[in-house]
Structure formats: C-alpha cells, structure tokens
Design a binder for this molecule. Sequence first.
Ligand SMILES: [Zn+2]
Length: 157
Amino acid sequence: MPYLAILLLLLGGCARATLWDLDLDAEYDRAVTWIAAHEEGERMLMKRPVVFTTSQKEMQRISKAGPGRRIAAVYSRWVHALAFATDFDPSNVKDRGIAIHEVVHALNRRRPNLGACARSREVEPYRLQGLYYEERGTTMLREMGLTPVAVKELTTC
Ligand SMILES: [Zn+2]
C-alpha cells in the first residue's frame, strides 16, 4: 500500500478529537474569550487552572457521576484543575457548552459570596451554558435533557 494511502487511513481514523489533537490550552482560551464577551462588568483574573485530559472512567470518578454517564469536562475547585475527557469533541456543540460551564466555575473560584448555598454556584455556569446553546440555535433541553424547571432546581437553594 502506498504511504499516502496509509497516511490518509490513519488521519481518517483520527478525525474525532483524541488525546493527540485536542489542544487543551486553546480550548480553555476559547471558552474564556467567549465568557468575557458575554458578561457584564469586570471579572477577577484567575490563575490558569491545571488543564488535563483523562479517561471517561476517571472523569466519572472525579465528578462523582458514577458509571454510565458520559462526562465531557469537569472542574475541581479544590485543586483548581480542569479535566477534559479524552473523548471530548471540540466540534460538538454540547461538549463546547459543557466546557463553557466548567470554565465559568474555574473563573468563579475566588468569588466568596456567590449565594446562600452550593447550588448558587451553578447559576452563572448554567446561564452562560444556556446562552451558548441559544446562540447556536439549540437549547439546554435538546443538548442536556434539562428543562428550564430542572435548571431552576439545580440552581436554587
Ligand atoms: Zn456546575
């Protein structure tokens, strides 16, 4: 088989985002730029989180989601680290919206008074994730299976 055919075969097999072609820094910067353009007021500049990729199994462990639920990205406030799944797909609107949500969490890390309970930390991430989907002609319901009532429940103390 000619080398070119082998190369094309290999490239075709890697068309989806993989550990090798997912540029984590670019992914983080893209989310921060979008968030900055959709917010009012100044935001405290945060030290960049540690950004890394890991397996779906590890993602489920970190997010405490348990097996069966695919986790595209997750932020851990305790260690200021943002994990992308190795199967995170940068061409997928749902995954991108989840990255926006998690990056908002990272940017909010140092904001002490976000509300009365842990759920109030979810208000901004869900609002901006929903806005991101709306701009792309889709909804939180279509991408995440969350109705407006469900989102309200997740964000109300
Ligand atoms: Zn969240």
